[in-house]
Design a protein around this ligand. Structure first.
Ligand SMILES: C[S@@+](CC[C@H](N)C(=O)[O-])C[C@H]1O[C@@H](n2cnc3c(N)ncnc32)[C@H](O)[C@@H]1O
Length: 333
């Protein structure tokens, strides 16, 4: 497996225009990585998660499997490629410093595009909390002869990590689950986004959470990324936009590691749309996005059925991430 084979696969990813083309291109990338993974002996810690103050870091195996969330992987790779091109224009004659926080064993979102650049254009730092992932990704960079792009690859906690200089142009971190539950995307963004230079780019650019009235059982839901969902006909209505996580809002939108929505009137119950669900929209970069159920990270999350709520009451939604991120709600008359 050579770097020229990888470049060819990356070009098919970047050129993919339809969902089918995206799936096929990512399947080739998955086969490419599999050739390296199958030479490695499984370790006892491969399925162990790490619980951090701010969220759970997925295990080695689980992080590797994220690659097969096809549209997610294709669009993050395309978005990161475009964002690097943009940074090369914004910062002419500078080497672009990139921090990949939570790179997992494959550095999936960044490694495939590196061969399309020159080492004098980019300098990358890769961190992950799992030593086995860091060890494997170092080995990959060595075998693919990509170490000339690397400043540092190390075991670090991205929730508290300090980048060693003040010239950080890009942060990549996909450490999230649907509705920003469980994983530490918010805590990581809050720590790393303020370390970017003016004009720097955080990937994903924005994650928006909305409360939507719908019928959860009729909503499309991606269980298995290998079998993309067919969209269903549902009657959705927007109850409220809750918050958007981006490089500017990350440090100001959450007091005491929580978000509380204003009080909202509970709508009149209707059989056809009985549930309050949280929808996640991910803007990766520019026009590259993930909409509802296009990825495991944008599946709808059913917070509560309105059957259980007193009519005429008010509700507020609460997101907490001191420990493992979760949603709850509070009722008032
Ligand atoms: C969802 S996986 C994504 C893997 C890969 N970047 C991708 O996009 O396919 C998240 C990765 O972030 C790592 N991670 C989560 N929280 C972290 C933290 N606080 N510090 C460092 N790494 C973290 C996990 O160990 C895991 O490898």
């Amino acid at each position: 497996m050579t770097v020229s084979k990888l470049s060819a696969i990356t070009k098919t990813i970047l050129q993919s225009r339809t969902p089918n083309e995206e799936v096929h291109a990512i399947q080739s990338l998955s086969d490419f990585y599999l050739a390296f993974r199958s030479n490695r002996s499984p370790q006892p810690s491969d399925q162990a998660e790490k619980v951090l103050k701010g969220g759970i870091a997925l295990s080695f195996d689980h992080a590797a499997d994220c690659l097969q969330d096809y549209y997610r992987t294709a669009r993050f790779i395309k978005g990161t490629y475009l964002a690097i091109q943009e940074l090369l224009l914004r910062f002419p004659n500078q080497k672009i410093n990139i921090l990949y926080a939570g790179c997992g064993p494959f550095a999936t979102i960044l490694l495939p595009i590196l061969p399309l650049f020159k080492p004098n254009q980019l300098q990358v730092t890769l961190i992950d909390i799992h030593p086995e992932s860091v060890k494997f990704v170092k080995e990959l960079f060595t075998q693919l002869d990509l170490l000339s792009f690397v400043d540092c690859i190390s075991v670090e906690d991205a929730i508290s990590y300090r980048y060693p200089n003040s010239n950080l142009h890009m942060v990549i971190s996909e450490t999230m689950f649907h509705a920003l539950l469980v994983e530490p995307q918010v805590a990581i963004t809050r720590n790393l986004a303020p370390q970017l230079v003016n004009g720097g780019i955080f990937i994903p650019e924005e994650v928006t959470i909305e409360a939507i009235i719908t019928s959860f059982s009729k909503e499309p839901f991606l269980y298995n990324a290998a079998a993309p969902v067919v969209s269903a006909i549902t009657e959705r209505s927007l109850m409220a936009k809750l918050f958007s996580l981006n490089k500017n809002s990350a440090s100001v939108s959450f007091s005491n590691q929580e978000y509380r929505s204003p009080r909202l009137k509970v709508p009149v119950f209707q059989n056809s749309s009985p549930d309050i669900c949280l929808f996640t929209h991910v803007k990766i970069f520019s026009k590259l996005e993930l909409g509802p159920s296009e990825s495991l990270i944008t599946n709808p999350y059913c917070l509560v059925s309105m059957l259980n709520l007193p009519s005429g009451s008010s509700i507020s939604f609460i997101y907490e991430f001191t420990e493992v991120p979760s949603w709850s709600y509070q009722l008032a008359d």
